[in-house]
Design a protein around this ligand. Sequence first.
Ligand code: AMP
Length: 110
Amino acid sequence: MDCIFCKIIAGQIPGDKVYEDEKVFAFRDINPQAPVHVLIVPKKHMRNILECDEETAAAVLRAVKAIAAAEGVSVSGFRVVTNCGRDGAQSVEHLHFHLLGGDKLSETMA
Ligand code: AMP
């Protein structure tokens, strides 16, 4: 499968890794939208949140907490976003969650 995130997880192309466990891999977004912008990606390929099982969702939640603490944004706050499909402006078809923080984020969501 020609998936850029699968290739990053496999180490075939570089990624600025910040977290890894059995189920999840996380790395810095190449085009950051905030001082902290990490992509949290299930290792198993799934296209979007509609294909996400509960075990993976739990692993993502654990990763969110660990990364927020490691990046120093647990107290100041942060945002977690996943884009889904065309109208959700998803550009990479491997489920990922954006963790954004490190500054006051926009009040608007869309
Ligand atoms: P989305 O639009 O929600 O699908 O988000 C895809 C994200 O992947 C964008 O924020 C891109 O900047 C990011 N991205 C694409 N290619 C890479 C890469 N090679 N390394 C890190 N981030 C990437």
